[in-house]
Design a protein around this ligand. Structure first.
Ligand SMILES: [Zn+2]
Length: 359
């Protein structure tokens, strides 16, 4: 092994390491001195790619800048190789309409990733894929028109439009997805309405206490319209309700059950008044982790009055817990304690009074 100075044909030189027999090294140096240095070679490839891309009017590829740069050279090499052997492909009979297929390959295959994945695929196979794409083209075109029409039909523009591009609202099972071009006022609106950014869209999962998913989609659509954003909702019912504000409002006042403790959690819209009222319930405590007031279901009578007065609803689990407490209390009122045989006890009435006072 030794270091050698190599003078490339482009005039640049470099020190490189060579291994093997002396005569082999000499041969290798001679060969390298007839080539361009790696930098100049890469520039030459880039230049050729540029020319081929221009010559065949190839559209820009989509992907990351590095992917696109790489895919551009693969595409240029592939197209050039295919064109050079046109006669061969045409004579092989399978490929009729060569020019149309080539045109399709150039204009429809714009994903850099596809070209990179195809770098070791035979040109025959690439042409076959382009031929299939060409066969599907009329259908694709027709679909495009229908799709554009359907999307336009699903888009509504507010009178006082402030935002230029529509916000898209999608319902998928129990989740609502919203997407729009970055816009601070809309981002705040999403956060206020409990939507979370999932990396590509704003999303909110709708659970039973939030009401119907169509109503929630209509609600966010309505708020976006009022904020001056055009909206696009494929779901007709949600779109109509968003336009005329006829969705059922989200019920925000709920009493639910804490899973582990069986205690009840009081949730409501931001309101000092409701907070103070809920704190009046015996034993009520504010829980920092839950950001809510927690109460003990043993005070079900007070909780019931609070709920009725302020329009709170109970979740099924919370209602069940309340019923259980009441049942337990009612049973407690009717027990008949029996004294062990041979022992004296006080009058029945006294014991019952004691039990009641323990409240
Ligand atoms: Zn050079």
């Amino acid at each position: 092994m030794a270091w050698y100075e190599v003078n490339y044909s482009c005039g640049h030189s470099d020190r490189i390491q060579l291994y093997g027999k002396h005569t082999e090294r000499e041969k290798r140096i001679k060969y390298l001195e007839g080539t361009l240095c790696p930098d100049c070679y890469w520039k030459k490839i880039q230049e050729e790619t540029k020319q081929t891309t221009k010559e065949f009017e190839m559209p820009e590829l989509t992907g990351t800048p590095k992917q696109v740069q790489w895919a551009n050279t693969i595409r240029a090499d592939t197209i050039k190789a295919i064109v050079e052997r046109k006669d061969e492909y045409v004579n092989k009979s399978d490929i009729t309409e060569f020019d149309e297929i080539l045109g399709c390959l150039i204009s429809n295959f714009r994903d850099a990733g596809w070209w990179i994945d195809s770098r070791n695929v035979s040109n025959n196979s690439i042409l076959a894929q382009a031929q299939e794409s060409l066969r599907q083209a009329p259908k694709r075109e027709a679909m495009k028109t229908v799709e554009a029409e359907a999307l336009e039909e699903a888009t509504v523009y507010p009178e006082k439009q402030i935002i230029s591009t529509p916000a898209t609202i999608e319902i998928r099972e129990n989740t609502i997805y919203v997407f729009f071009e970055k816009e601070l006022t809309l981002i705040n609106l999403m956060k206020l309405n409990e939507y979370k950014w999932n990396g590509s869209k704003w999303a909110r999962e709708i659970v039973k206490t939030n009401g119907a998913v169509v109503d929630r989609a209509a609600e966010i659509g309505n708020k976006l319209l009022l904020a001056g954003a055009p909206i696009r909702i494929i779901n007709n019912e949600a779109r109509q309700k968003a336009i005329d504000g006829t969705y059922e409002k989200e019920h925000l006042r709920w009493i639910s059950r804490q899973i582990n403790s069986g205690r009840l959690v009081i949730r409501h819209e931001l309101s000092d008044y409701l907070y103070n009222q809920s704190k009046q319930i015996t034993g009520a405590k504010y829980d920092k982790d839950f950001h809510a007031v927690i109460v003990d279901p043993m005070y079900y009578e007070e909780i019931n009055i609070f709920a009725k007065t302020h329009g709170f609803r109970f979740t099924d689990a919370a209602q069940e817990q309340m019923d259980k407490e009441r049942q337990a209390r009612e049973n407690a009122k009717t027990i008949r304690p029996v004294a062990p045989k041979g022992e004296e006890i006080g009058k029945e009435g006294e014991i019952l009074d004691d039990l009641l006072d323990e409240k």
